[in-house]
Design a protein around this ligand. Structure first.
Ligand SMILES: Nc1ncnc2c1ncn2[C@@H]1O[C@H](COP(=O)(O)OP(=O)(O)O)[C@@H](O)[C@H]1O
Ligand SMILES: [Mg+2]
Length: 324
């Protein structure tokens, strides 16, 4: 095995498809034993980034290495030494849990003499003992994910890539799954996970926010939340659309976004609450709730994307200011 400080390092990593830039000069690194979360909406470039790091897709420009190996020169070494799990991880439906794990053990060339023991160990760790002789076709989504994880790490990879590995799984199963991931990182495994569930990002040492192929921010989940500039209010009111339009036009309002039945409104200061309530009521809007809340990562993410778009469209922003 190679010597390395950082499990992943990239510099200017880029992928183009014709004129379209799917991943745009991405720079980041993952220290050994840390969990890095790549967050972003569909089409942001998360899967393409992972595929380049796994040696499956060739970069158009830039560099990267994984476990000390160059992603272009040493793709084969990387493939043999990483674990990879996506939402579509293939399990064999007519094999039992135990048979699936043993099957992957032989694919990954785990020593024959060690296969049974490694399989038993994973069944214990991932709490699959009761169901180990059940055919995979009968398992719930959450259990399937755990079996997939067992198969993906059967060869004890020091680096694990999780690409939306918990998509479509219920929140309790997702939390259990992340508890296992957390334990693995504790034992020195480095992890790169993509997700669009913001609650999963809380498990990560660092989070990278991706949008339109670019990595727009990297920070710890807490510092990202603290970095939100202003006070966030959750407002419930009727009619909501009219309130939203009004709020967007106010100088004291930085951003407005819709969260279910609530408007999340980023105010320049908490002091603005009184005058906003008065003005909304003046328009005939009925307010049933107006309280300040802790921002979620999603709030910050939306805020960052809006700030970035505002910077990219200076002309539009000037018009907005003139009107306001
Ligand atoms: N093989 C390909 N050919 C052309 N475009 C692609 C290809 N693979 C991905 N893309 C495009 O690159 C962008 C990023 O895709 P992807 O990395 O899958 O995003 P994410 O995983 O964040 O949803 C998308 O717009 C997608 O359509
Ligand atoms: Mg994807």
């Amino acid at each position: 095995m190679n010597d390395y400080l950082n499990a992943v390092e990239t510099s200017g990593l880029t992928k183009k498809y014709g004129d379209f830039v799917a991943v745009n000069s991405v720079d980041f690194y993952i220290p050994k034993g840390e969990i890095f979360g790549l967050l972003g909406p569909n089409g942001a470039g998360k899967t393409t980034t992972i595929r380049m790091l796994c040696g499956i897709t060739e970069p158009s420009a830039g560099q990267g290495n994984v476990l000390g190996w160059d992603i272009q020169q040493d793709a084969e070494s990387i493939k043999q030494n990483i674990g990879y799990m996506s939402q579509k991880f293939s399990l064999y439906n007519d094999l039992t849990i135990r048979e699936n794990i043993l099957f992957y053990a032989s694919i990954y060339r785990v020593e024959r003499a060690e296969q049974d023991q490694r399989c038993a160990e994973l069944i214990g760790q991932l709490e699959l003992e009761e169901e180990k002789h059940v055919q995979v076709r009968y398992l719930s989504g959450g259990l399937r994910q755990r079996v997939s994880l067992a198969c993906a790490v059967v060869h004890r990879p020091p680096m694990l890539f999780l690409d939306e590995a918990t998509a479509g799984v219920d929140p309790i199963a997702r939390r259990e799954f992340w508890d296992f991931i957390y334990e693995m990182a504790g034992s020195g495994v480095s992890i790169l996970a993509t997700t669009h569930y913001m609650d999963e990002a809380e498990y990560c040492n660092k989070v990278g926010m991706m949008h339109d192929g670019r990595l727009i921010k990297i920070a710890s989940p807490d510092s990202i939340k603290e970095g939100l500039n202003g006070s966030l209010a959750a407002i419930e009111c009727e009619p909501m659309l009219q309130a939203e339009q009004f709020l967007r036009e106010q100088a004291s309002v930085r951003e407005v976004s819709l969260h279910g039945a609530q408007l999340h409104v980023l105010l320049t200061s908490k002091k603005e609450k009184t005058s906003l309530i008065k003005n909304l009521k003046g328009l005939g809007i009925n307010i049933t709730q107006f309280e300040f809340i802790q921002p979620t990562l999603e709030d910050v993410f939306i805020s960052m994307i809006e700030q970035q778009q505002a910077m990219e469209q200076p002309a539009e922003k000037i018009t907005e200011c003139e009107n306001g």
